[in-house]
Design a protein around this ligand. Structure first.
Ligand SMILES: [Zn+2]
Length: 152
């Protein structure tokens, strides 16, 4: 069984080790190598409309599921208390529904904020996060890492 252990970091390292879920709470981002073993980096932003992360005594939990539909492996799984549970591959229909659900979550979040509903989570939100799509995020994260290095 594939198992992930939590590794807290400030910045996402360029090279990730398999079996570790890297979490930077400061930059609200988590990263790991795809659970299928293909070696692709999966970077997921953390936030009210993104993934949520929980540190349990048995291991880290990331929710919702990780759907790397743009990777060749098209992996889809949950990481729950450190354990990987496979969800089966995405069908084109599921991909479409997944994308719509993400858009919907975002729309509801922003509408709630515009209505002036006090939402403590809104503070956590960073505009720098692009749409949830592991590949886009992957590109974004690489730029992000490079940007910070230059600035340092
Ligand atoms: Zn994979």
């Amino acid at each position: 069984m594939t198992v992930f252990k939590l590794k807290r970091v400030q910045y996402m390292p360029k090279e990730l080790e398999p079996g570790l879920l890297y979490v930077s709470e400061q930059y609200e981002v988590a990263g790991h190598l795809c659970a299928c073993g293909c070696g692709n980096k999966v970077v997921t932003p953390l936030g009210p409309t993104e993934w949520s992360f929980e540190d349990t005594n048995r291991g880290p939990t990331l929710a919702p599921s990780i759907g790397s539909w743009q990777l060749p492996c098209k992996s889809h799984y949950w990481i729950t208390r450190g354990e990987v549970r496979w969800a089966g591959q995405w069908t084109p229909d599921q991909i479409e529904r997944g994308r719509r659900a993400e858009e919907e979550r975002r729309r509801e979040f922003y509408e709630a904020r515009e209505e002036g509903t006090p939402n403590p989570l809104a503070r956590m939100w960073r505009l720098s996060h692009p749409l949830v799509n592991p590949c886009t995020i992957h590109e974004f994260a690489r730029r992000d890492v490079r940007g910070r290095r230059t600035a340092a």
